[in-house]
Write a protein that binds this ligand. Sequence first.
Ligand code: URA
Length: 229
Amino acid sequence: MGAFETLEAEATACTLCPLHRTRTQVVFGVGSATADVVFVGEAPGYHEDHEGEPFVGKSGALLTRLLHEIGLAREDVYIANILKCRPPDNRDPLPGEIEVCTPYLDRQLELIDPRVVVTLGNFATKYLLETSVGVTRLRGNRYRFRGRVLVPTYHPAAVLRGGTTKLEEIRGDFGLVRRTIDTRRAVPAPATAGTAPPPTGRQASPPNRADREAAEETSPAHVEQLGLF
Ligand code: URA
């Protein structure tokens, strides 16, 4: 068994947090384990919990469509989540769940070793960039992340709620992903890549998904502290 399969087997048997009692199955991730691009969402929902695959519900249909629009299929990329098990009633991930579960994601990223990481929504963006700044403020730019490029964008569920403006914005971000892949094929990574953004601390998440995007830190100084590309 390779390192990636060993990690998946470990996650599949995980009982580190109480979500193991309510899950139908662990949703480890799907796609190519040698992908150039990894997408990171929040946590499995009802459909993902039943099918064992991330982003298979309505949000997943939008993600798949946006991928196609930039010439990618799900099989070309890797798709994972911050949490590998579904929180009951699709509630927000709790800090303790994020703490015990994210080592799986960190190891997935190390093993896949993608050039580009795309964070979908606040939980993935804040965790990976170690920031309290919300995705609405950060999206539209690229950031240095563990020797890679990170492109933050909205969670597809927020786009489904948010109408045409958010849809056009996420399309713009996917265009940035496409251009990043194309550019970084042609041009070697700069020697400075690999500087992790400085921690800016985390803030408590707002209580429900609808309020999440509205409760973001929007200070320009917070954004400038991060490793803008
Ligand atoms: N939302 C997520 O963040 N991840 C999924 O896998 C499905 C919905």
